[in-house]
Design a protein around this ligand. Structure first.
Ligand code: ADP
Length: 266
């Protein structure tokens, strides 16, 4: 599929790593996804991936998300970034092996946050890369922060902001479940998949978090949809799908029907 406004594809850390095993990539999933992306021939395309068991354990050990408090954290900040670079190079390698012009761009080198939110953003490198037909591949990263010193910037915040900046046509988010449910499908056997939701319906749903069944122990999915509501409000279609199921990413990229959650404006 060729269209002038880019597609943004997010691949969750839950898909490309084994979250319960530190620094363990899911290589078969990475290779399969690279093949699916290549076969879809979607262009222009930007890929952002999460950290899973590469980013989170080191970031948690050194409390990187809390900001810079003592000198011992510096090594942890660098180690967190470096672990993400390692995971990113596995993704890049798989994409290159499938003939795709994937190009790694470190978010920490062109983004500075303030209180955890993207504040400074230099779009020139990314813009040039896309213009020349490259597929930029970014990731959740350890970044510098004007108020905290440093922090963790999620792949989901990057995806949402870049999609708006680049006037993307759509965002496809691959996770390890079929989409957004009424509660965590891994904890609640009665959880129901929400196949289509408007931003205002979603706001209603999220405001009922707390006493309700719409819980998120991992912090994962709710934080994700809160970020994704911004581009969805701007009219960018958001689709959350299960990227562990073969061909889902391929079908979504081709614009074919896939089980998942569609977040739309309204
Ligand atoms: P990733 O790291 O792939 O970006 P996360 O692990 O942050 O994804 O978020 C996905 C996880 O969120 C799922 O594996 C699921 O167990 C959990 N989750 C919690 N609440 C929900 C919900 N209401 N709907 C879907 N998933 C949920």
């Amino acid at each position: 599929m060729r269209c002038s406004s880019p597609t943004v594809l997010k691949i969750g850390g839950s898909v490309i790593t084994f979250k319960d095993r530190a620094l363990t990539p899911n290589l078969p999933a990475i290779e399969r996804l690279a093949r699916e992306i290549s076969e879809s021939q979607v262009s222009p395309l930007i890929i952002v991936h999460g950290g899973g068991s590469f980013g989170h354990p080191i970031a948690a050990e050194y409390k990187i998300a809390d900001g810079f408090r003592e000198s011992g954290q510096r090594v942890g900040f660098s180690k967190t970034h470096n672990a993400m670079v390692s995971l990113n190079s596995l993704v890049i390698e798989a994409l290159l092996n499938n003939g795709l012009p994937a190009f790694s761009i470190a978010p920490s080198s062109f983004i500075v946050t303030r209180s955890g939110r993207i504040h400074y953003l230099c779009m020139d490198v990314l813009g040039q890369a896309i213009k020349l037909g490259f597929i930029p591949v970014l990731y959740g990263d350890a970044v510098f922060d004007y108020s905290y010193g440093f922090t963790i910037l999620s792949g989901d915040q990057i995806v949402s902001r870049l999609a708006v900046e680049l006037n993307a046509s759509r965002i496809i988010v691959g996770v390890d479940v079929d989409g957004l449910y009424t509660s965590d499908p891994k904890m609640d056997p009665h959880a129901q998949l929400i196949t289509k939701v408007t931003v205002s319906e979603l706001k209603d749903l999220l405001s009922r978090i707390g006493g309700s069944s719409f819980t998120d122990v991992t912090g994962g999915m709710v934080k994700k949809v809160i970020e994704l509501m911004v581009p969805a409000s701007a009219g960018i279609e958001v689709l959350i799908i299960n990227a562990l199921k073969p061909n889902n990413v391929y079908r979504a990229l081709k614009g074919e029907e896939v089980v998942g959650t569609r977040i739309i404006k309204g």
